[in-house]
Design a protein around this ligand. Structure first.
Ligand code: HC1
Ligand code: SF4
Length: 575
């Protein structure tokens, strides 16, 4: 413990911490733009500068440590003036058209400028031009980039991909795709972690909202039936963007809000998740009893970020992906086949939309081999949680006081197993619940199958089970740098598993690239707990006990892995 003075007050604080942390701990938090704890502590934006007695120059607080007897001023006139100049220099290269920016109202630069009373830049303004393929699901606008390097570090350290890098030099230095590549050829998984960690609108998802509004002939078009499905993880985060308390932000109220946005049918992707469990658990048991020796485990395939990663980084392992489509994909194909028949509407008159916590899902829906209903794309548009929140806001609804309504049937009834898909480990847990039942013929306790990390620092979690004489070794991992470590261990023969769940985003979809953004705050763990609570409260906690899943097999699919199920619910990842 050491003694420091901050703004005239004396504090005892731990030694070996940064000035930023010391100020935070003592109630003098500092403004910052580039800082991301443990990931980006480089003093690039110089907005966190402080004055230190005895030092001639102002000091960046994020990458300098405290020392005994240090005397710090966090808001002196010199500090405030320096912050203002630094912000104005940033603005001299920034397109400040906030009203049309996707981060309007949720931008660290906008907030810092507002707080410090910055008007227009005093410096000569030269805004770089945007050159980016507008059809790619992840958009970079150079004119909004403040060169904080957060994207570079997240992609490198957390996702092990290195898609971004500093390019050019001097005053023209900026960030772009590394190695001079085009984004389409850069092995980008479209996980969107760079987007949720960008302090401004320089990185954002492609905006697809306009494609579902009436003027684009979807919602409110009497000749078109609009169907929306909502992913598990969306319900854990939608309230954050609408200032709803956790108690108010229920799935039932979400269904009610979407109905009031004009969608004709509101379905739950949790149903699709239950269907994925049926197929994937059956596929796994078939693989375990096929008499063949498999070098690698079967990998889950519901995360398109992970699928893109495997295809580009370890193409020789693609055959070990489960052939089961993702819940979004299964639900979409059932919407334009089984459900279309049920309501007597041709598939090409259904406009199908999904709301996902994810950017990679925007690319998944365009993969030709996932579209099996025979009427163009099985899903027409994928929106992010953020886009959905904006749609709801545009209705001016009093959301907190909406009634709670059920999802539509027959693709809307789901179980606790479906809802935990949205958090790391949940897909595995849900699949093992039903897998055990299928192997042993009896229903286990739903809380038997927790595959968790032994320590917080270990990159992946593992657990082994006995399925009526079949030993089953499982592992669960999220974040692609962690995933790369696991795959290297598998390839070196250091570990052996039968079934592995991978989610590209840290914490799983709850931490996805399409979720509400809270600058520098990681909410995946809290959101994950919300999903586990929904599971615990659910009346049914096993996918195979979902009465509408049972009915779908009875009326349409036959049984898991049937010829029809293979045609509609499985895919060839090589196509
Ligand atoms: Fe996910 Fe999934 S859990 S992949 O994160 O398997 O996006 O929520 O919808 O499809 O169910 C995402 C979430 C989502 C699928 C499911
Ligand atoms: Fe998308 Fe979820 Fe995968 Fe992230 S973990 S890329 S949100 S599917």
């Amino acid at each position: 413990v050491i003694r420091v003075t901050i703004n005239g007050f004396v504090y005892q604080i731990p030694s070996d911490i940064s000035i930023m942390e010391a100020c935070e701990k003592t109630g003098w938090p500092l403004p910052h733009l580039c800082f991301l704890k443990d990931i980006n502590e480089i003093g690039a934006c110089r907005v966190c500068v402080v004055e230190v007695e005895g030092e001639e120059r102002l000091i960046t607080a994020c990458n300098n440590k405290v020392y005994p007897g240090m005397v710090i001023y966090t808001n002196s006139p010199r500090v405030q003036e320096a912050r203002r100049i630094n912000l104005q220099l940033i603005l001299s290269q920034h397109d400040s058209h906030c009203t049309t920016c996707p981060r309007n109202g949720n931008c660290a630069l906008q907030q810092a400028c507002f707080d410090l009373g910055i008007e227009e830049s005093l410096y000569h303004k030269e805004v770089p031009e945007n050159k980016w393929p507008q059809d790619f699901p992840l958009i970079r606008e150079e004119s909004k980039c403040i060169k904080c390097l957060r994207c570079v570090q997240i992609c490198d350290k957390i996702q092990s991909l290195g898609v971004w890098d500093l390019v050019r030099s001097g005053g023209r230095t900026t960030v772009n795709v590394s190695g001079g590549r085009h984004i389409e050829n850069a092995d980008c998984t479209v996980c969107g972690q760079c987007v949720t960690h960008c302090p401004t609108g320089a990185l954002h998802g492609r905006q697809d909202r306009k494609r579902v509004y009436p003027w684009e002939k979807a919602i409110n078009n009497p000749d078109i039936v609009t169907v929306v499905q909502v992913a598990p993880a969306v319900r854990a985060a939608w309230g954050e963007g609408l200032n709803l308390s956790r108690e108010r932000a229920t799935p039932g109220r979400l269904a009610a809000a979407l109905r009031r946005c004009g969608f004709n049918f509101v379905f739950d992707t949790n149903f699709g998740a239950d269907l994925t469990v049926m197929e994937e658990a059956s596929e796994f048991l078939k693989r375990m009893t096929d008499g063949q020796k498999h070098r690698y485990p079967m990998f889950t395939s519901c995360c398109p970020g992970w699928v893109r990663f495997l295809k580009s980084q370890y193409p020789d392992m693609v055959d070990d992906l489960s052939t089961s489509k993702s819940p979004q994909g299964m639900q979409a194909t059932m919407t334009k086949t089984y459900f279309a028949d049920k309501i007597g509407v041709p598939a090409d008159k259904i406009f199908s939309i999904s709301v996902m916590p994810c950017l990679a899902k925007k690319s998944e829906i365009a993969i030709p081999s996932l579209n099996d209903a025979g009427a163009g794309q099985d899903l027409d548009v994928t929106l992010t949680t953020r886009e959905m929140i904006a749609m709801i806001r545009a209705q001016n609804l009093d959301v907190a006081n909406l009634p709670e309504e059920p999802f539509d049937s027959p693709l809307g009834v789901s179980t606790g197993a479906g809802v935990i898909f949205g958090t790391t480990g949940g897909v595995m847990e849900a699949a093992l619940r039903t897998g055990y039942y299928l192997a042993a013929g009896e229903t286990p306790s739903p809380d038997t199958f927790k595959t968790v990390c032994r320590t917080e620092a270990h990159p992946w979690g593992e657990a082994a089970y006995d399925f009526a004489g079949i030993p089953v070794r499982t592992a669960v991992v999220s974040g692609l740098a962690n995933t790369r470590q696991l795959i290297r261990a598998l390839r070196r023969g250091e570990v052996h598993y039968d079934f592995v769940e991978v989610m590209a985003c840290p914490g799983g979809c709850v931490g996805g690239g399409g979720q509400p953004i809270h600058d520098g705050e990681e909410l995946a763990a809290i959101r994950g707990r919300r999903l586990h609570n929904l599971d615990r409260m659910a009346n049914i906690r096993f996918s195979h006990e979902n009465p509408e899943i049972q009915r779908l097999y009875r009326e349409f699919l036959g049984e898991p892995l049937s010829e029809k199920a293979e045609r509609y619910l499985h895919t060839d990842h090589h196509q």
